[in-house]
Design a protein around this ligand. Structure first.
Ligand SMILES: [Zn+2]
Length: 227
């Protein structure tokens, strides 16, 4: 994640390789070319206009988090659950912040606000600048899936601490990186994780990147949360 913040937008791992690590995940593509969401073993690429298409196996990613999703814990939140309340709802379901959780919310959303990063060209700008021209879209009264991860604070820099989730509608046609949502009705499923395997690219860009910036919290908040 810190490499992405530093403008390292090209990775080495292909979608085909990533799918070998799990059937569920979120991330982005090389050159920050749109948002990724993997559901049921299918990798989707979400465009700036919010439309989704299947990614091809040879596309590459600079940042993706993957797991095999097994819904060990299930809960039905009260109607009107917002993005800001998701972490505390997860705490009610599983009161330990010390594990990684894959999160899947399936249901009807009265509102989902997403953004989609735009494809960058070299020389790459840092992500705080690159995400300045994101497109924001709002979907209303949609059914679909919000999928992603709740990452412990101690894993900051490897992932996005807190909840990082992407959306895909039930027809698999629209989605994006979720900035906010209101769940009208649905179910929240959690898959706890106790193993973390980290694959780093053997590239010159990565080897020269600044991976421990002093304002890491600010950069993550500006690029991923925005509110
Ligand atoms: Zn995202």
């Amino acid at each position: 994640m810190t490499a992405l913040l530093d403008g390292i937008y090209d990775g080495e791992m292909t979608v085909g390789e990533l799918l070998g690590h799990g059937n569920f995940g979120i991330g982005t593509f090389d050159a920050l070319d749109r948002e990724m969401i993997v559901l049921d073993g299918v990798c989707y690429q979400v465009r700036g206009d919010g439309s989704a298409q299947r990614a091809t196996l040879d596309q590459r990613s600079p940042f993706t988090v993957m797991t095999n999703f097994v819904p060990h814990i299930t809960g039905t939140p009260p109607p009107g659950l917002r993005r800001t309340e998701l972490a505390s709802f997860i705490d009610e379901l599983q009161p330990s912040e010390n594990y990684m959780y894959a999160v899947r919310i399936t249901g009807t959303f009265s509102e989902v606000t997403v953004r989609t990063v735009t494809k960058q060209s070299r020389p790459y700008r840092p992500m705080v600048e690159a995400t300045g021209d994101d497109t924001e879209l709002r979907f209303r009264d949609v059914t679909g899936v919000i999928g992603g991860f709740r990452t412990p604070v101690y894993e900051k820099g490897i992932g996005v601490p807190g909840c990082h989730v992407h959306f895909l509608d039930s027809r698999r046609e629209t989605g994006g990186h979720v900035l906010d949502f209101t769940l009208a009705s649905g179910v929240v499923e959690l898959c706890p994780g106790t193993d973390l395997s980290l694959g780093l690219p053997l590239t010159t860009d990565f080897s020269r990147a600044m991976l421990a910036p002093e304002d890491l919290d600010h950069q993550i908040h500006t690029t991923e949360i925005k509110q």
